[in-house]
Design a protein around this ligand. Sequence first.
Ligand code: SAH
Length: 247
Amino acid sequence: MKAQAGTIYLVGAGPGDPKLITVHGREVLESADAVVHDRLISPELLKLARVDARIEDAGKAPGRASRSQEDINDLLIALARAGHSVCRLKGGDPFVFGRGGEEVLAARAAGIPVVVVPGISSALAGPAAADVPVTHRGVESSFTVVTGHDAQAAAGVDWARIAGTPGSIVVLMGVGNLGTIAGKLIEGGRPPDEPVRVVERATLPGQRALSGTLATIEQLAQEAELQAPAVIVVGPVAGVLNEAETT
Ligand code: SAH
């Protein structure tokens, strides 16, 4: 399906591997007049855009460190108003910690049609790519996805409640706060020997994964110098297909 003039498409690019975009997402990307992409989008994917498409890095502002969300909204609306079909390419799924909802609201307020094309979130692809079934018969029947971004702040995520909720825990944006998060989950009642797996650069070249427990994972991740982007999975599911220790 060809992208329509004057329309904004919020397209989930998937977790990293360019093959993990959806067919619909790829069709929009290949036909759009303009592509406004997130910072972490694979260069391979951007090669699929039309040679004459206008390509904008949403993370980069002319002459400034980065564009604000408001600037990005304005850019999307201006491009659509100029009659372009706009592919707003976002990592993973547009609505999982992607500020996609804000872009939909801004476009609607401006009277611009928006189409959302879901993507495979790293919250699911990260664990899957490193052999962690987020649910497993007889082990866990639910999972919670949470941001670890503000784990050191007093306000924000209620970690005691997350710890007390049955099920696997998937943490995005948390690798810089791994020790704090593990500590809060133990304080909240999760056993110190609960399995944890951290997946760095999931589905991308150089993907690495590390297995430990709530008590050991911070040290292991430090030794391995694990960095963002990474997904953390906490719970017995992390050990179902993986032995603890590095892989
Ligand atoms: N909308 C995105 C998430 C944006 S928040 C999605 O649905 O996937 C950014 C966080 O996503 C990163 O800090 C990291 O925790 C996670 N992430 C994104 N891509 C990743 C990848 N290839 N490997 C591991 N984690 C990733």
